[in-house]
Design a protein. Structure first.
Ligand SMILES: [Mn+2]
Ligand SMILES: [Mn+2]
Ligand SMILES: [Zn+2]
Ligand SMILES: [Zn+2]
Lengths: 142, 142
DNA sequence: CAATAGTTTAGAATTATTATAATGTAGATT
DNA sequence: AATCTACATTATAATAATTCTAAACTATTG
């Protein structure tokens, strides 16, 4: 359980002012045992539940994108109808439960290393991500 | 180069009425050598360029989603800010060029078969997709 | 050819996201 | 501790993508 002062330092390190709102968002996002996945809506709800004060929707968007730019968050595209963010910023793969719309992290051991045989001239690989869509046995996909 | 009557049959087979608009969309989408990727906006432009008649935006959305449901098109999520569709409905992987925002199909031989070691209880795997993001060497990602 | 069910359409409505511009505030300077 | 200033937050407006609606249209059936 890191204290707030850690967040203040962390924010300072990457050149973000440790404002009250940013610290609050840090608490909600990082003051927990495990990393997790969320949508902007989830985050707004979490903040308004845990905090007495209101926070502007614009601030949530701005801050999330600031965090994303600084590498605190990763954006994940699974469902074109929703933006997911991930507090686990390391390279990793996902399962996506199409019944519950839940994202689940893969461990290193869950998927063998991906071997890419082709390379595109003049381009370098920035990331390799696998998405495994799963659903109940007795249900048609999507 | 299939003729329109093929599209009429094809549409009938899957229970879609072969209306003028659907045939037109079929022509734009499938009357070509290779499969390709497009956004709704791309499609609207292609239709209005190739055809003299106007087509309602709602109809494009409706028809694309009808085709998707019937398995004629696949929706692909790469960039949460844009919906891509693919006329290649077989299982395959993609490169995404972050400079040009272009989607590129992988051949079977480009990426070794993905081996998934974990399974989620009560769930079956619907699809496994790899996305390889590439960009110019001299450019930071995104 | 008339009836009918399914389809298209224009435009309104909704939703997600971004822009704007006035106000507030953290941190620095005195 | 008062002031300053750059940056951040806010409410709200604007934009963009997508979906809804309800009236008009049309492919198919009988
Ligand atoms: Mn984003
Ligand atoms: Mn869709
Ligand atoms: Zn994750
Ligand atoms: Zn493809």
């Amino acid at each position: 359980m890191p204290k707030n002062c850690n967040f203040i330092e962390k924010l300072r390190e990457v050149g973000l002012r440790p404002t009250k709102q940013r610290i609050k968002i840090c608490e909600v996002l990082y003051n927990r045992e495990k990393t997790f996945h969320f949508t902007i809506n989830d985050l707004v709800k979490m903040i308004s539940e845990k905090m007495n004060e209101k926070i502007s929707l614009a601030t949530v968007y701005n801050t999330v994108h600031a965090f994303e730019k600084k590498g605190y968050l990763k954006e994940i595209s699974i469902d074109s109808h929703k933006s997911y963010f991930d507090t686990n910023t390391s390279a990793h793969h996902h399962f996506f439960d199409e019944d519950t719309h839940e994202l689940i992290d893969c461990d290193e051991s869950d998927i063998d290393k991906i071997n890419i045989r082709k390379n595109i001239t003049g381009k370098k690989i920035n990331s390799v991500e696998v998405l495994v869509r799963v659903a109940s046995d007795n249900q048609t996909q999507k």
